[in-house]
Design a protein around this ligand. Sequence first.
Ligand SMILES: [Zn+2]
Length: 247
Amino acid sequence: HTGTLAPSQADTLRKVPDTVEDGGVRKEKSEEGKAPAEGNGDPLQGAAAGKENGELQVDAELLPFEIVRGDRLASFLFKFQFKNVEYSSGRNKTLLCFLVDSQKGYLEDELQRGYLEDEHLGAHAEEAFFQQVLPEYDPGRRYQVTWYVSSSPCAACAAKLAEILRARPTLRLTIFSARLFMWEEPEIQEGLKALAAAGCKLRVMKPVDFSYTWDTFVENEDQTFSPWEDCQENYEYYQEKLAGILQ
Ligand SMILES: [Zn+2]
């Protein structure tokens, strides 16, 4: 497992990546959105670059499969990764767009927005969210967390999320998924049920949700989102499957 390291470990490892940086192979932020070419032998291909402010968790991640965190994702990435097709071949990562509204009393209201991108072979975006975006929990705060994900959580993530929700009773999580990940598998179905039982609202993205995600999380250059063919029908397909699982 390649999750975020504890701060103490990260501090130690921060000194390590000199060779990586000096070698000039770290990708710059501007390149993050480009689709990684496959099989070119570059172990860092597709890896996250550190943001300018050198966020700890990014520096500490030196493995080939990393979590990318950003403000708005490239439009082509959205159009490919969020497409709600039934057979999602080639989409071997999860894109997770998030909104966090955490409130303490009437005066303190904190908003966070952004996206995470994983590679399925490494840490998953769902878990990374609670390591990188919302690592702390204050029981005196109320958290409203909304995710728009390209595909629904795997069984392991569903179990971890259910556990997190049980441990954080003032946190409300709503997950809108473009596609259902391996929904035929019994363990996936059990995971989704456990997640719902832990209080997570699970939804399939409708055309209007794709449009909202496009407006809110994508470098859309002021273009209006136009749904692909079958967007509505595919939504109905997945919606029916999800309703069947959660009934
Ligand atoms: Zn997962």
